[in-house]
Design a protein around this ligand. Structure first.
Ligand code: CP
Ligand code: NVA
Length: 311
């Protein structure tokens, strides 16, 4: 295992399974210490993280800002358009400049390519804070939550219902593949996960014992599942296709009836924000099997671990 210091985290596949475990184990330690009263552990004293957003954010922005402060560091947060990027300064020149001021950059972008370009020209670590292709920091919190709730991740069956080509689904597939979990994606034709994601995931699954399947029927994915996961049907940037997406994905809603097909102790997860009444009913997200608030909280603990290791 190479050290994690100085590394980018643009895709779940940037880290080996052993490296992902390192982040998850440190997350557990930091969460325990936070609950024991030690919220501030200044291992990043004097370090600064820049957060750049092309799209709105509640959880990612606040959890990164709080994480840095609890580690003794600072943050600078800006919208893409309020930087000179909005007036046409290149991503490369921006990356070169920012690298002279800050110790890491987390960016939320529409196009994954922009993130790769940022990472190419930045001399400091770059973290994907969500792109059209992946949401790898979300997947860390997701599998940390599964580990916490189920006591294990290997062999756990995760059913993802909805848009199979969703950024959150992609990172979840790669994380399941890395950690030896089973993931079943129930999605209609035309919404299959990106072939490149499937290729990388299947390659990892070969040596971790994970299994990955894409099915059309909700029941097939949900039967025997330990975790039912969904995300919005219309992601940020897809607003023009909203009507079509809602029509084509409505068969994949997580309802009480769907939860009843899964294992009796199955948990419900959602990266949030949720569009209540669409991909999930109030009854499920507010119900006894929902762990969405713990999952949201775990964004903080897992990002603290990630930052402590890579910065
Ligand atoms: N789950 C997530 O990334 O939420 P935000 O869009 O609020 O950051
Ligand atoms: N798939 C959603 C996730 C939001 C955290 C989006 O991209 O809008």
């Amino acid at each position: 295992m190479r050290g994690l210091k100085g590394r980018d985290y643009i895709s779940v596949s940037d880290f080996s399974p052993a490296e992902i475990w390192k982040v998850l184990e440190l997350s557990r330690d930091l969460k325990l210490r936070a609950y024991g009263g030690e919220r501030v552990i200044p291992v990043l004293q004097g370090k600064t993280l820049m957060l750049v957003f092309q799209k709105p954010s509640t959880r990612t922005r606040v959890s990164f800002e709080v994480a840095m402060k609890q580690l003794g560091g600072f943050t600078v947060t800006a919208n893409w358009t309020e930087l000179q990027l909005g007036r046409g300064e290149t991503i490369a020149d921006t990356a070169r400049t920012l690298s002279r001021y800050v110790d890491g950059i987390a960016a939320r972008v529409y196009s994954h390519k922009d993130l790769l370009e940022l990472a190419e020209y930045a001399s400091v670590p770059v973290i994907n804070a969500l792109s059209d292709l992946e949401h790898p920091v979300q997947a860390l919190a997701d599998f940390f939550t599964i580990w916490e709730k189920k006591g294990r991740v290997a062999g756990v069956k995760v059913a993802f219902l909805g848009d199979g080509a969703d950024n959150v689904a992609h990172s979840l597939i790669l994380m399941a593949a890395s950690l030896g979990a089973k993931i079943s994606i129930a999605t209609p034709k035309g919404y299959d996960p990106h072939p490149k994601i499937m290729e990388v995931a299947e390659e990892r699954a070969r040596y971790t014992g994970a299994s990955i399947e894409v099915v059309r029927e909700v029941e097939q994915a949900v039967r025997g599942a330990d975790v039912i996961y969904t995300d919005v049907w219309v992601s940020m940037g897809q607003e023009a296709e909203a009507e079509k997406r809602v029509k084509e994905l409505s068969r994949y809603r997580v309802t009480k009836e769907v939860m009843e097909i899964a294992k009796p102790d199955a948990i419900f997860m959602h990266c949030l924000p949720a569009k209540r009444g669409y991909e999930v009913t109030d009854e499920v997200i507010d119900g006894p099997n929902s762990v969405v608030w713990d999952q949201a909280e775990n964004r903080l603990h897992t990002q603290k671990a990630l930052l402590a290791l890579i910065l």
